[in-house]
Design a protein around this ligand. Sequence first.
Ligand code: ADP
Ligand code: TYD
Length: 202
Amino acid sequence: MRGKFLTVEGIDGAGKSTHIGFVTQFLQARGKTVVSSREPGGTPLGEKLRELLLHEKMHLETEALLMFASRREHMAQVIEPALAAGSWVLSDRFTDASFAYQSGGRGMDRSKMEALEAWVHPQLQPDLTLLFDVPLEVARERLDATRTLDKFEREQGEFFARCRAEYLRRAEQFPQRFVVIDSTRSIAQTQQTIGEALEKLL
Ligand code: ADP
Ligand code: TYD
């Protein structure tokens, strides 16, 4: 039986990475084989593209195209084979992030993004997308407290406001696969909500 495809999304600092291990363990405890991966990245070529994407300045459409180049490779090498083998795939970001960051944040024409999505994965969509949602100030505080910032994380508040709005728009457009999680709550409360969403899928 084909596995399920799960994605986690949210603006930088929303708390996404904090919960990836929990999702994996929750599914493994219920007998699923979980392949955990990320975008941009997830393959040797994708990780090289990630280096460029996170540190080099480039035209916004170059950025979008490289995100989809990484995604195409990720699908071919990791996502499709794993799903076909019956594994569950958990990807830290997927195409919703391109809509949020390149269309919402940077302002790339949404119809071009839709064309890329239709070209690169006309059939594939996540079975479940966990969107970690927090106000910008909370995300910023969490980021500043933790790490050296990459190209995206150094963007201003208005950029993340547009990313967040685009994520929420996607969630409204695809309510059957999105679960929007209030990530201002405690880690334990957040994990409770994640567990409920996963149980529904199992
Ligand atoms: P992201 O992957 O979305 O950028 P992280 O998971 O790395 O964010 O979280 C950023 C910081 O916020 C980390 O230091 C993490 O421990 C903290 N954090 C995450 N979730 C919560 C939460 N619910 N309450 C308090 N702090 C949190
Ligand atoms: P992420 O893995 O969340 O970074 P970190 O490991 O620091 O938590 O994501 C890397 C960055 O790439 C993030 O700022 C969002 C950005 N991104 C896009 O702009 N478009 C995309 O399509 C994807 C997948 C990521």
